[in-house]
Design a protein around this ligand. Structure first.
Ligand SMILES: O=C(O)CCC(=O)C(=O)O
Ligand SMILES: [Fe+2]
Length: 386
């Protein structure tokens, strides 16, 4: 796949202001920490070479390769996704410099937690992890479409690079998300290969977002109080999550055998996991994978763990019902996962309300007292064992 040439369309940067101090030539590049020397219990995941996608028979080959992963594992890697390593490196550099801004600057862009609006800066320490506060900072950026135009402001560092961020984000959507949705359609034996693509066009309103993320180092006492992250098992809420390769270990997947395995850092890859919405659209047949981020191995304890992620979601007006013309789903006899018709917009709001508001979440989880919470219309999330 060739490097994208997508045009930027929707960002207006103030031409009057000199932002040249933020040119990449003037920003200290991000350098990844070294990989761990420890031998962890690594997950065995398939790698899809997206370069094969446009070759004759390529889609069918890739779909075959995905069959087991999407039904049983929920995680895989992709490589050759049409972005140059330099573009990826620059995004890590922006993440680094963003998180190094003073809190007084970052808080100008703070998330509106109460409104369940996750775009902007999410400060660390908002949620409890076992007996202590979390160590995670996030900056989420919505799609560059009219629906979000002018709705969010950015620090000058990012304003100077919004065109590249837009190119990057659109490339992830066009080069990774849409091809994967066609492969899912093949796996599901849908008569229309574009079925899922039509629910995920870039220009129509949806809650896709691009994310910079950082996990700050913890002391021994903090790790202990957080149970080393072991209580953090969860599923993501959207269609797929794309996670750029970074070397600090900690991401673990819960396997069908009930064991956690660790995802390794494969050079030049994006790790993809399937999430709740694609599972809703297939009555649970496509697997929304349970995962967590635990303490890295000791030889990486001193490092921050910086991440680049993209969260794909269908249009807000999508009804979260199982697809009806899939031979595979018909044979499996899948059922709707909600008691009533639920739209994507409602689902996002319900799950984000819990994620962004620890006080509301604590009350709601306590309602049943059995380690489950009703997210929406009879669909429950659960706590996973440590
Ligand atoms: O940072 C990672 O490796 C995964 C993060 C994650 O699971 C999430 O943000 O939902
Ligand atoms: Fe996640």
């Amino acid at each position: 796949m060739s490097t994208t040439t997508t045009q930027t369309t929707s960002v207006k940067v103030d031409d009057q202001k000199d932002l040249s101090q933020y040119d990449f030539a003037n920003l200290k590049p991000y350098v990844h920490p070294p990989e761990t020397k420890e031998n962890l219990n690594w997950s065995e995941l398939v790698t899809l070479d997206l370069e094969d996608y446009d070759r004759p028979g390529g889609k069918e080959r890739l779909a075959k390769q995905l069959e087991h992963a999407v039904h049983h594992v929920g995680f895989f890697y992709v490589k050759n996704f049409g972005l140059a390593q330099e573009q990826v490196d620059q995004q890590f550099t922006l993440a680094k410099h963003f998180f190094e801004l003073p809190v007084s600057e970052k808080e100008k862009y703070e998330v509106n937690y109460k409104a369940a609006d996750y775009n902007g800066w999410r400060r660390p320490g908002r949620a409890l992890v076992a007996d202590t506060k979390d160590n995670i900072e996030i900056f989420n950026i919505p799609k560059f479409t009219d629906d979000f135009k002018g709705k969010y402001d950015y620090p000058d560092l990012l304003k100077a690079h919004l065109p590249e961020i837009e190119v990057f984000q659109r490339a992830l959507h066009a080069n990774v998300v849409l091809p994967l949705l066609r492969l899912f359609a093949i796996v599901l034996q849908l008569p229309d290969e574009e079925y899922l693509v039509k629910q995920h066009t870039y220009d129509k309103k949806s809650e896709d977002h691009y994310r910079y993320m950082i996990y700050h180092p913890r002391t021994e006492a903090q790790w202990e109080a957080s149970k080393y992250g072991a209580t953090g098992g969860h599923t993501d809420l959207g269609t797929v999550t794309l996670l750029f390769r970074q070397p600090v270990a900690g991401l673990q997947i819960l396997g069908e055998d009930g064991n956690w395995t660790s995802v390794s850092a494969q050079p030049g890859t994006i790790t993809v996991n399937l999430a709740d919405t694609i599972s809703h659209l297939t009555g649970g047949w496509l697997k929304s994978s349970v995962h967590r981020v635990v303490a890295p191995p000791r030889d990486q304890w001193e490092y921050s763990r910086t991440g680049l992620l993209y969260f794909a979601r269908p249009h807000n007006d999508t009804q979260l019902l199982p697809i009806t013309d899939s031979l595979v789903l018909e044979k499996a006899g899948v059922k709707p996962r909600f008691e009533k018709i639920v739209t994507m917009e409602e689902w996002v709001r319900a799950k984000q309300t819990l994620q962004l508001n620890p006080d509301i979440a604590a009350k709601r989880w306590a309602e049943r007292g059995d380690g489950k919470v009703e997210v929406l219309a009879g669909f429950h999330d659960q706590r996973y064992k440590e």
